[in-house]
Design a protein around this ligand. Structure first.
Ligand SMILES: [Fe+2]
Length: 469
């Protein structure tokens, strides 16, 4: 058997390819499907089958293009209402691929159409014993340390879906033996859940013992916990799910982006259009186009761009090289953001060359921040998610998760300097740039974030959040 996990850090998304006797199956393909075609060629297998575990909301899937390019059949849960040619699968459906069998279990909860795929490798089993499953591809039903959020359906309420998820987990997924490997569709940082672990696979036994959601013993309590304080739901989620229901258009060569000169960019910014600086946070701090938003390529770039800007935005990209610009363009296309206005010709130098001034963002380290806090000279803004805040935070900090910035900036004192932090410094740079764009003048990024604060053994508070003061 051949089995490979393709992990796309930008979207915290895992897709899979399995093959036996020359025949391959792809599960939850990302939008640019070249990687699967290349892997199939390398392993001398033919892609014949494509499964979608559900209608993904956080990215545009490549199932339709991959099917068009390989002639493969697409399989989806019968509740999906998919409008492209596909096989609608239900409980008990089994696909034989060489020595593998892939069994479908319907696991509504994260979404009504969600399915899990139970993989049995008959090569690993002796013919005398009953076949035991090797792994389960859980989509967004069961993650490592978490379960799928139950609030992404228009058809059912979060409470209804939460109840379905409880049943799916306890009466179906957890009926599998403890030794079965668990391969989910998302990892840490994904908004399809709340608090996933950073590893890439687990076992049913480990999740049964350690996953907080599986420790909840009554459906009522499970629904209560799963539907309380749900993470932000970016606007583009419902749009991506609809794109996936009909199947995205083919991602042929993306057209060349036009270069936009500095004066045109300045005019666009004055009209309220967005510019995204894709360079590192340090480079952004040292000098950037005033009003531009720093979403660095180094992190979960596309998810944050989608959440902060929305799919309808036509941003201008600011980068160091054409390679960076092309990379950003592809990563945005993966979530369905295709209408990019262009890129700043000559990058930052192109801005300076016409005599325009750059803005800077101040930085501060944890010890200096601690000193200033003791003197009452600075306020702190924590932009991490709720579970992170609850795990510990800087005493007296304002709390406004970055996801909330799409709704409004935080209500903080505009006159007092504000030191912004997240876990390591990626999200805080996005927040700093948004605050500067919104007119806050004294914005400081905490270098190293809360991780550095903890490493320096500075005091940590654990009270519940009350939101930004
Ligand atoms: Fe999902």
């Amino acid at each position: 058997m051949y089995f490979e996990q393709f992990y796309l850090g930008c979207l915290a998304h895992a897709s899979y390819m399995l093959a036996s006797e020359g025949e391959a199956v792809v599960v939850d393909p990302q939008r640019d499907v070249e990687i699967y075609l290349k892997a199939a060629e390398e392993h001398s297998v033919t892609i014949r089958h494509i499964f979608e575990t559900h209608l993904h909301a956080d990215f545009v899937s490549g199932h339709k293009e991959l099917a068009a390019r390989t002639g493969a059949t697409i399989y989806m849960g019968s509740q999906a209402g998919a409008t492209f040619p596909h096989v609608a699968v239900r409980d008990g459906f089994e696909l034989k691929v060489g020595k593998l069998s892939i069994g479908v279990i319907e696991t509504p909860g994260h979404t009504p159409e969600s399915i899990c795929l139970v993989v049995t490798d008959h090569e690993k089993n002796s013919p005398e014993e009953p076949a035991s499953p090797w792994a389960v591809l859980t989509g967004d039903t069961l993650f490592l340390g978490d379960v799928g959020r139950p609030d992404l359906s228009r058809q059912y309420s979060p409470a209804q879906l939460g109840g379905m998820l409880y049943d799916s987990l306890h009466n179906k997924v957890l009926m599998l033996p403890d030794s079965v490997l668990v391969y989910p569709a998302h990892g840490a940082g994904s908004l399809c859940g709340r608090n996933m672990r950073a590893e890439r696979s687990s076992t049913i036994g480990t999740e049964r013992l350690t996953n907080y959601a599986l420790q909840i013993k009554s459906m009522e309590e499970f629904v209560k916990q799963l539907t309380a304080n749900l993470p932000a739901r970016p606007e583009y989620f419902s749009q991506d799910a609809e794109i996936n229901r009909s199947g995205a258009s083919t991602l042929s060569e993306l057209p060349e982006l036009p270069a936009i000169d500095a004066l045109s960019l300045k005019a666009r910014l004055e009209q309220g259009e967005a510019a995204v600086d894709i360079r590192s946070g340090e480079e952004f701090c040292a000098g950037h186009v005033p009003g531009s938003i720093n979403i660095a390529l180094s992190g979960q770039f596309a998810s944050w761009a989608g959440a902060i800007l929305g799919l309808g935005s036509r941003p201008v990209l600011i980068g160091d090289s054409q390679d960076q610009i092309s990379e950003a363009r592809m990563r945005l296309a993966r979530i369905g953001m295709e209408n990019i206005a262009g890129y700043l010709g000559g990058g930052i130098r192109g801005w300076e060359d016409v005599g325009l001034a750059l803005a800077k963002t101040a930085e501060i380290d944890v010890n200096e921040l601690n000193q200033k806090l003791l003197q009452g000279k600075v306020q702190v803004l924590d932009v991490r998610r709720e579970a992170e805040w609850e795990g510990g935070h800087i005493e007296g900090a304002n709390w406004w998760p970055l996801d909330n910035f799409k709704i409004s900036p935080p209500e903080i004192d505009g006159d007092l300097p504000v030191a912004v932090h997240c876990k390591g410094g990626y999200r805080s740079m996005i927040a700093c740039s948004l605050l500067q764009r919104a007119g806050f003048r004294n914005v400081i990024n905490l270098t190293g974030g809360f991780d550095a604060w903890q490493q320096a053994k500075l005091p940590v508070a654990t009270d519940k959040p009350v939101g930004a003061r």
